[in-house]
Design a protein around this ligand. Structure first.
Ligand SMILES: Cc1cc2nc3c(=O)[nH]c(=O)nc-3n(C[C@H](O)[C@H](O)[C@H](O)COP(=O)(O)OP(=O)(O)OC[C@H]3O[C@@H](n4cnc5c(N)ncnc54)[C@H](O)[C@@H]3O)c2cc1C
Length: 282
């Protein structure tokens, strides 16, 4: 049976609908939901379409944060000049999702809630230290992104919670940042390995290299290395060593474990090379 489509006009109504029916699911852009439903992997009594709720597709720059509504499209994150200037690494990662058709339809909230281990944007959001706001009839809570991905296809969202905002810090301490993605089937495809990295200044002299990996473990994962005073070769070695410790690739149609570990290492090497090229001072 096809799920009913419910179209609440307020957040309170959407939360109430979800709390009354534990088989109801939030409907963002539907790009993941519709495929999973057609494949018979997912069933739902109803889809709660949140596209008609005012304010959920807003994008605000507050000076030190970018506040992104869940219904903002992935395409907007790729193209909006404010996003490109304030958090270029996030814009670069959203630009690498699938193809323009998917990017026009898929939403920022649906992307993160989907919880797939291969998603591109979460690795950039991890490096930037984003916070996810989730709302239900119990109220709104803030989930730091490094606590959001729990296990394979499992996020910290409780049943009935709606992602209502993603808060991305904008910091002058980010000296350089980069996103690297390797796909083995086609350029538009899911990654076999991805890496986001940033050099962050700390207390004047110190430099921290923040590094997140996608498709290389059951969830997106992150590590950080103190690279104060290091040259490029040393920083690359330290980053690779740290990355290898958090890699735990799942074999899939895009590659086996050893292939992905090798690709992961190359993604990290390329990321550090990009950072060294682009940084202002290290
Ligand atoms: C052909 C194809 C290729 C792809 N390639 C890539 C790729 O290369 N890289 C990549 O990162 N992704 C890729 N994707 C995945 C794509 O990013 C996701 O399908 C998309 O981001 C999901 O967003 P959506 O708005 O369509 O979510 P939906 O399909 O509407 O929902 C997805 C999940 O999130 C839940 N949900 C939706 N919105 C919310 C919300 N606000 N609050 C709480 N839960 C919510 C839904 O209930 C569902 O469980 C690909 C998808 C396709 C179809």
């Amino acid at each position: 049976m096809n799920p009913r489509i419910l179209r609440p006009e307020s957040l309170a109504d959407a939360c109430a609908l979800l709390s009354q029916d534990e088989d109801a699911l939030v409907y963002g852009g539907g790009t993941a939901l519709q495929i999973l439903r057609k494949q018979g992997i997912l069933s739902a009594s109803s889809f709660v379409d949140i596209s008609g709720i005012p304010g959920l597709n807003n994008l605000h720059h507050t000076g030190n944060e970018l506040l992104v509504g869940p219904m903002v499209s992935i395409r907007r994150m790729e193209t909006d000049p404010v996003v490109r200037e304030s958090v270029p690494i996030a814009s670069a990662a959203y630009a690498k999702v699938a193809n323009p058709r998917v990017r026009n339809t898929a939403t920022v909230g649906g992307n993160i809630a989907h919880g797939d281990y291969r998603l591109d944007p979460p690795v950039a959001l991890l490096v930037l230290g984003a916070t996810i706001k989730a709302t239900s009839t119990a109220g709104t809570r803030a989930i730091p992104i490094d606590k959001f991905f729990i296990d394979f296809q499992l996020t910290a969202l409780n049943r009935g919670e709606i992602v209502t905002s993603i808060e991305i810090p904008i910091s002058n301490d980010v000296v350089a940042s980069t996103f690297v993605k390797f796909s083995s089937l086609s350029a538009n495809d899911w990654p076999s390995a991805s890496a986001a990295a940033a050099i962050v200044a700390r207390d004047g002299e110190a430099q921290i290299l923040r590094l997140a990996l996608g498709a290389l473990a059951p969830t997106p994962v992150m590590t950080a290395v103190d690279i104060t005073g290091m040259r490029e070769a040393q920083a690359t070695e330290a980053a690779v060593e740290s990355a290898m410790l958090i890699m735990d690739p799942l074999p899939d149609v895009r590659g086996g474990v050893e292939y992905k570990r090798n690709l992961g290492r190359i993604a990290v090497e390329n990321a550090v090379r990009n950072l060294w090229r682009d940084r202002q001072s290290v």
